[in-house]
Ligand binder design. Structure first.
Ligand code: PHE
Length: 475
């Protein structure tokens, strides 16, 4: 490839950019919803096990694929398989997935913008009403913010990886973590928060079933930005003097910590504001949960800091969530863009503009799935009821397909990338890796149980989501 690739300027730059990609709405919005739906502490327990034992090796493999080949996902799958057509297709799936994620992610980010503006303009009371969420997502005024968001995202993407992505993450990510901790301390002082803490931290293993396993693995993949070509692409910008195992570990820890904190904020809040909450009531929670409980947390701060103070806290918090979502969105879109630059020889400008047009096209339909268009709202029936176009995208590309792409990456690394290429690449920039316990674990697990787990969860998620059927019931 004659085109020069951008590079992260330092190891810290990579970690911040990768963490900036990983920490987003998946941690702050989806994780607490998933945890409350799936038994609280049981979910947390399975999630952490998956991150440590399954996701971390997959992350290392994906970054190594990118660094070795210096290519986008299609190029990387092709290069490591000696240009095999089937593997190229697998690479294409790793382009399509982030593209589709970007479509629904854009819409949720627009909702955050609207919440931020409402908090800033003194409408916190309105936000805390349960009906507000439905009104916000169904209102055509959302398109105004949609256009603003698109312009900002694509402007950042035009300036390229180093200026565009790396710089933003430095201050705001740590601020977000500090703010989360502050809010958690506040929520802990509310009556009945302890019921939520118990639900979140003391596992009730009778709640353990295959739905929890599927939800935890899919959520972990989404949250760590795995199975969607991101880490492959980021790996292609990763310097060969830095350690992939070490950086991956830090990214996984940072991402999981933020998700953990978001859960520790929201679950106790649910129980504090609704003392009559029964864990069974939570099994049908949806994203609306976060959009109602967060404003309630802020509103209840009124007695301590006054309405203006509470509105300021809310606005700062939504601004940080928006920032986290923004860095993730930029990173998602970088994948199809770098694909077009590498494989279709587009200029960055042409690739960015093409993506902007394509994403906007689909995102408009996704935005109209909440009542504006009856056709898109009741788009397709599956899994026991009518689903919207937005649901179809979100379910498919965040709760089904990711482990499959991860599975393909594992098989490629373990069985096609010859001469133990993966271990050799992981040792570049990390002298202590070769011969370490970590190396043995990664090598063994990627060849054996990780692909099995990923394939099983993929097939079972498919069966459960679309056909309301559990493969385990066949046993
Ligand atoms: N991992 C990000 C999050 O948790 C989302 C994301 C998805 C980022 C896909 C990049 C790619 O919100």
């Amino acid at each position: 490839m004659s085109i020069e690739r951008g590079q992260f300027s330092s190891k810290l730059g990579f970690i911040l950019a990768a963490a900036g990609s990983a920490v987003g709405l998946g941690n702050l919005v989806a994780f607490p919803v998933m945890a409350s739906k799936n038994g609280g502490a049981v979910f947390l327990f399975v999630y952490v096990l998956f991150v440590a034992l399954v996701c971390l090796p997959v992350m290392m493999a994906e970054i190594a694929m990118g660094r070795r080949t210096q290519r986008n996902p299609v190029g990387a799958f092709a290069a490591l398989s000696d240009n095999h057509g089937g593997w190229r297709m697998a690479g294409k799936l790793a382009i399509l997935t982030p593209f589709m994620i970007a479509v629904f992610y854009t819409i949720v980010t627009v909702w955050i913008i609207i919440y931020l503006l409402k908090a800033l303009t003194g409408n916190l009371g309105e936000l805390a009403q349960p009906e507000t969420f439905g009104a916000v997502v169904g209102s055509p005024s959302l398109f105004v913010y949609f256009v603003i968001l698109q312009v900002l995202v694509f402007a950042v993407l035009l300036s390229g990886v180093k200026n565009g992505i790396e710089r933003q993450a430095r201050i705001l990510m740590p601020t977000l973590a500090v703010m989360l901790v502050g809010l958690i301390i506040f929520v802990m002082t509310l009556d009945n928060a302890s019921a939520g803490i118990r639900y979140y931290l003391v596992p009730d293993f009778s709640q353990f079933d295959s739905t929890v396993v599927n939800a935890a693995l899919n959520q972990a993949f989404f949250s760590l930005s795995l199975g969607m070509g991101i880490m492959i692409t980021y790996g292609s910008y990763f310097s060969s003097s830095d350690s992939i195992p070490g950086s991956s570990r830090l990214v996984a820890i940072a991402d999981t910590s933020v998700a953990f904190l978001a859960g520790l904020l929201i679950l106790p809040a649910i129980f504090a504001f609704n003392p009559a909450t029964n864990p069974e009531d939570l099994s049908s929670s949806s994203v609306g949960l976060i959009f109602t409980y967060l404003p309630q947390i802020f509103l209840s701060m009124q007695s301590a800091v006054g309405f203006v103070g509470a509105s300021i806290v809310a606005a700062v918090f939504f601004a940080l969530v928006l920032f986290a979502a923004f860095t993730s969105l930029v990173s998602i879109l970088e994948i199809p863009i770098s694909y077009m630059i590498d494989e279709w020889c587009f200029s960055r400008r042409k690739a960015v503009l093409t993506q902007a047009a394509l994403v906007s096209f689909f995102a408009i339909f996704a935005a109209m799935s909440f009542g504006m268009s009856p056709f898109l709202t009741d788009f397709i029936p599956y899994g026991g009821g009518p689903k919207s176009f937005f649901d179809l995208l979100a379910d498919t590309f965040s709760e089904v397909i990711l482990p499959f792409v991860g599975f393909l990456a594992c098989i490629l690394c373990s069985y096609r990338w010859r001469n133990r290429g993966l271990s050799a690449e992981l040792s570049v920039g990390d002298e202590s890796y070769a011969g370490s316990l970590m190396e043995k674990y990664v090598d063994f697990s990627l060849r054996t149980f990780i692909p099995v787990v990923l394939l099983f969860v993929f097939l079972n998620s498919l069966a459960q989501k679309y056909f309301a059927f559990d493969l385990l019931s066949l046993l």
